[in-house]
Ligand binder design. Structure first.
Ligand code: SF4
Length: 279
């Protein structure tokens, strides 16, 4: 029986049917009744046998037994409701996710790590849903957290300029980060936070299936391909992450602090059109 594919009405019927044939919780009253009926017909002190007919037909259960019977039924009902709820949750999570908007709906209230508690907005990603190039940063900053959009602060404006300089519109690419919630004080995300968030970016990559992933800085580069050296050595060299081509380069925030690295980053960027668009 495929429980996951079963419609809810039918599922509830099956669970309730199971409840009727499998004692989910043994009624408290049943135990009490067993106690009552378990007295053998035995001789009393005078040697006379005392016959006890405890069949409920002849002796209706006293008030406390009826009350316990009621409690037992409630426990049973609660257990069935709980079982039903658990299977429905399982059904929901087993639903196949095919689009970025379905993925967003799944994680929009995510609290898998502590960053969920301090964020203003979850910054899922922005861009074309069938983009051939994905830009991958490390995490949202204050501006991104406030607006719910990646790369909208100073570093984001620089990234937009560099993309435009290639003759590509920002709206024609997809931009996101390794972690979707802002690390406080703009610190780097911790390895634990990255690993909590990793299933989201992995699914984003699978759904988008870009021809090229441009990793911006050390954290996204080494998250996808841990064995690579630091970004200064790894930048500009084509890499492979599972089925996808990866081009590591500097993060725009680094370029704002180190203008001398700009020509190197631009060398890397110039590879993007050919790798992502074959032109
Ligand atoms: S950073 Fe990722 S894992 Fe952590 S709460 Fe946000 S979405 Fe969830």
């Amino acid at each position: 029986m495929n429980i996951e594919a079963m419609p809810r009405v039918e599922l509830r019927r099956v669970i309730e049917g199971l409840g009727a044939i499998i004692p989910v919780e043994k009624d408290i009253s049943q135990k009490q009744q067993e106690k009552q009926t378990s007295f053998p017909n035995h001789p009393d002190q005078s040697g006379m046998i005392q016959y006890k007919n405890t069949h409920p037909k002849f002796f209706p259960p006293p008030a406390d037994i009826a009350e316990n019977q009621d409690k037992g039924n409630k426990v049973k009902q609660q257990s069935l409701t709980k079982a039903f709820a658990q299977i429905v949750i399982h059904q929901e999570s087993a639903k196949k996710i095919n689009t970025l908007s379905e993925l967003f709906q799944k994680y929009e209230d995510c609290q898998r790590c502590a960053l969920g508690k301090t964020r203003k907005n979850l910054v899922f990603g922005r861009g074309l849903s069938n983009a051939t190039v994905m830009f991958l940063g490390e995490g949202p900053g204050a501006d991104e957290d406030a607006q719910g959009e990646p790369f909208v602060g100073r570093a984001g404006r620089l990234l937009t300029k560099m993309i435009s300089a290639l003759g590509i519109e920002r709206s024609d690419v997809y931009i996101t980060n390794i972690v979707k919630c802002r690390p406080p004080e703009n610190r780097n995300p911790t390895p634990a936070e990255i690993s909590c968030c990793l299933p989201i970016i992995k699914q984003q990559i699978k759904i988008l299936n870009p021809k090229l992933i441009v990793t911006l800085g050390n954290i996204p580069t080494k998250t996808l391909i841990p064995e690579l050296p630091g970004i200064t050595k790894a930048r500009g060299k084509i890499q492979q992450y599972e089925n996808w081509t990866v081009l590591p380069t500097f993060h725009p925030s680094y370029l704002l602090r180190n203008r001398s690295a700009m020509p190197l980053a631009w060398e890397d960027f110039k590879k993007i059109p050919e790798l992502a668009f074959n032109n």
